[in-house]
Design a protein around this ligand. Structure first.
Ligand SMILES: Cc1cc2nc3c(=O)[nH]c(=O)nc-3n(C[C@H](O)[C@H](O)[C@H](O)COP(=O)(O)OP(=O)(O)OC[C@H]3O[C@@H](n4cnc5c(N)ncnc54)[C@H](O)[C@@H]3O)c2cc1C
Ligand SMILES: *[C@@H]1O[C@H](CO)[C@@H](O)[C@H](O)[C@H]1NC(C)=O
Ligand SMILES: *[C@@H]1O[C@H](CO)[C@@H](O)[C@H](O)[C@H]1NC(C)=O
Ligand SMILES: *[C@@H]1O[C@H](CO)[C@@H](O)[C@H](O)[C@H]1NC(C)=O
Ligand SMILES: *[C@@H]1O[C@H](CO)[C@@H](O)[C@H](O)[C@H]1NC(C)=O
Ligand SMILES: *[C@@H]1O[C@H](CO)[C@@H](O)[C@H](O)[C@H]1NC(C)=O
Ligand SMILES: *[C@@H]1O[C@H](CO)[C@@H](O)[C@H](O)[C@H]1NC(C)=O
Ligand SMILES: *[C@@H]1O[C@H](CO)[C@@H](O)[C@H](O)[C@H]1NC(C)=O
Ligand SMILES: *[C@@H]1O[C@H](CO)[C@@H](O)[C@H](O)[C@H]1NC(C)=O
Ligand SMILES: *[C@@H]1O[C@H](CO)[C@@H](O)[C@H](O)[C@H]1NC(C)=O
Ligand SMILES: *[C@@H]1O[C@H](CO)[C@@H](O)[C@H](O)[C@H]1NC(C)=O
Length: 501
């Protein structure tokens, strides 16, 4: 019998874990026999490469081994082998989940989908099929030269699978909805190891659930068939202002959300506020994008005009470029500690928005003081869910998120923090939890709360699917039970917004 490294470390005190550890290392040996050359053990070069995650918290987790199947059949083999042994596992696409255990696992096996990186374009240019091992930059590098695009991510290294399965906010959402709303078909390895398709025609229940319900409750998606469209270059403008102008800018952003975007669905925008240490002050960044044939760089789409007469811009950058260039234009580095939290509120009250800025500032002051000069950056981010996006979300029978046009217009308010010093972990997590709770309470007091939490921006402790509404929650649980009657995925694939099944 093989004895794993941590069995030795735990010694006699860890009897239960010792059995488990030995069990898992024999699982890795069985995988190594089934996947010659594609199972990686700790300290090998391949293992270190596979254990590459965006956040430090996920990178600090180490599985017993990685297995990197080559194709759908390989994923099915891995699923059968792991579930037949009751072995814990997880699945990695782009590895951008911030929290530990979101797509890596300490006492188990991580299935790395890196080799499932195919990209095929249908002859009629209407459908692009992606393997889940793709990152968005790999997709746009193929599509840009063809003047084609899909509704996908806005940052190059993010994985295709996680972004689509949780929702997927894109430059193109105004005209087309979120990424999940633009899936024609999923190919999925379900808990039994069977390969099934899910589309409006075939297994429509699974198709609905995979558009926002979270992959780990239903199966491993091995191919996404996405609607594609003619695009070409994309226009953008980014403005940076002193934080003191936050009320003026939020008022304009609110109007953009309520009136501007519905009148021009090619428009896309978000607004962020953060403390810029190099300037010694808070700044407000507004990011504007305009899809469709790009206007000349010098011209300004009318919908963004109102922002242009705000004085005192610190920076003002317009870019007309292919999507690959835009994906690289927002540098979001690896190697930091990260936590993400969010909630959704009505966009209709400027007072609520400025009070949220005050709460954010009040939370940050002691936090920045406690950082002792180590880099800590708390962000406040507003992303619009205008009526046109909420309307697009109803297509293909609607997604699982439970958002209706009558709920809107909404703003997703998120408060990601990036930091270095692990001694700040507890303080940052608890003050983030408290800040989100404060925002939710404040919104509720004026009936401006919505309750929706965006899975892809959520902390592991937020109750994401509960916020999709009781009917949707029950429907998701029923579908999970139907496709995994023995609850194997619920038991063996932990870590990411699990349903109670
Ligand atoms: C820098 C950065 C930029 C971002 N930009 C955007 C953006 O523009 N728009 C937006 O909406 N969101 C954005 N996000 C959020 C992003 O959508 C989520 O973090 C998403 O989960 C990342 O996907 P991934 O594949 O990289 O993550 P992973 O951590 O690999 O996977 C996420 C979850 O999906 C599961 N999973 C992975 N592959 C599969 C599969 N094939 N089948 C079933 N389950 C699977 C994993 O086990 C895990 O539970 C961004 C995040 C970061 C860090
Ligand atoms: C080998 O890997 C284990 C588990 O990831 C780690 O704890 C240990 O530090 C590594 N050893 C070396 C020499 O890198
Ligand atoms: C797997 O775990 C379940 C639940 O704990 C148990 O009922 C089943 O017998 C186990 N199967 C194996 C092969 O260990
Ligand atoms: C792409 O097409 C090839 C050849 O038909 C096929 O083997 C592969 O599975 C396809 N991949 C995707 C992601 O569609
Ligand atoms: C994805 O894109 C990156 C950056 O261009 C590149 O280094 C990597 O090799 C690409 N991966 C695949 C599978 O094409
Ligand atoms: C995108 O545009 C840049 C700059 O014009 C160019 O260098 C790059 O090759 C283009 N990328 C693709 C994938 O077309
Ligand atoms: C927001 O604006 C108000 C004045 O309207 C100002 O008091 C406050 O400090 C600003 N907040 C930030 C984060 O700059
Ligand atoms: C609000 O938005 C509409 C639609 O884009 C625009 O016509 C109007 O000028 C905007 N008002 C303000 C005050 O920005
Ligand atoms: C804010 O804008 C400045 C100037 O364009 C840019 O350098 C910075 O990266 C932006 N920050 C964020 C978080 O987008
Ligand atoms: C940004 O630059 C454009 C083009 O030079 C100009 O029209 C616009 O007024 C500027 N916007 C701001 C806010 O300064
Ligand atoms: C910051 O410095 C103070 C005083 O030296 C110390 O008590 C505290 O632990 C430090 N905090 C961090 C996060 O390093």
């Amino acid at each position: 019998m093989r004895v794993s490294k941590f069995t030795l470390v735990l010694g006699l005190g860890g009897l239960v874990l010792t059995v488990e550890g030995t069990y898992q290392s024999s699982t890795c040996a069985a995988l190594a026999a089934a996947f010659p050359g594609d199972v990686f053990y700790p300290n090998s070069t391949a293992y270190i490469q596979a254990n590459d995650y965006w956040s430090v918290q996920q990178e600090d987790v180490h599985p017993h081994c990685f297995v990197a199947p080559r194709d759908t059949e390989g994923v099915s083999t891995a699923m059968k082998l792991l579930t037949s042994r009751n072995a814990s596992f997880t699945v990695k696409s782009g590895g951008h989940t911030p929290f530990a255990g979101g797509s890596n696992i300490a006492n188990g096996v991580t299935i790395d989908l890196v080799h499932l990186n195919g990209i095929n374009i249908s002859d009629d240019r209407q459908t692009v099929s992606l393997g889940p091992g793709n990152r968005w930059i790999n997709v746009t590098e193929v599509l840009d030269p063809l003047n084609l695009a899909v509704v996908g991510g806005r940052s190059g290294a993010v994985g295709a699978a996680g972004l689509i399965l949780g929702g997927g906010i894109s430059y193109f959402s105004g005209e087309r909805g979120w990424a999940c709303d633009n899936v024609r078909n999923f190919e999925v390895v379900v808990a039994s190891g069977e390969v099934v398709n899910a589309s409006p025609e075939v297994n429509p229940d699974l198709y609905w659930a995979l558009r926002g319900g979270g992959g780990s409750n239903f199966g491993i998606v091995t191919r996404f068939d996405l609607e594609s469209f003619e695009q070409g270059d994309l226009w953008s403008n980014e403005l940076t202002f002193p934080g003191a102008l936050n009320a003026t800018l939020l008022s304009l952003f609110q109007n953009l959300t309520i009136n501007g975007m519905p009148s021009d669905p090619a428009a896309h925008s978000y607004l962020s506020i953060y403390y810029e240490a190099s300037l010694g002050e808070y700044i407000v960044n507004t990011s504007f994008y305009h899809a469709g044939p790009p206007p000349p760089a010098a011209s300004m789409p009318a919908v963004f005009e109102p922002f242009q007469s705000v004085p005192d811009a610190i920076s003002n950058t317009t870019l007309v470029a292919n999507i690959s260039t835009h994906l690289g234009d927002v540098p979001i580095p690896y190697g930091f500690r990260q936590t993400w939290w969010n909630t959704a509120i009505s966009a209709t009250s400027l007072d609520l928005l400025t009070e949220i800025v005050s709460l954010f500032e009040a939370r940050n002051a002691p936090l920045l003081a406690a950082s002792n000069g180590s880099s800590t950056t708390p962000f406040l981010l507003f992303q619009a869910l205008p009526l046109n996006i909420l309307t697009q979300m109803q297509k293909n029978g609607g997604n699982a998120l439970g958002l209706k046009p009558s709920d809107g217009p909404l703003l997703v308010v998120s408060i990601p923090t990036t930091w270095e010093d692990p001694r700040l972990d507890a303080r940052i997590e608890s003050s983030s939890r408290e800040l989100i709770a404060q925002i939710e309470r404040l919104a509720k007091q004026s009936n401006l709360d919505n309750g929706y939490v965006y899975m892809n921006y959520a902390s592991s402790t937020q109750q994401v699917q509960k916020q999709y509404g009781e009917d949707n929650l029950r429907r998701l649980e029923e579908i999970a039970r139907k496709w995994d009657p023995q609850g194997k995925l619920a038991r063996l694939w932990p870590g990411y917004f699990k349903l109670d099944v």
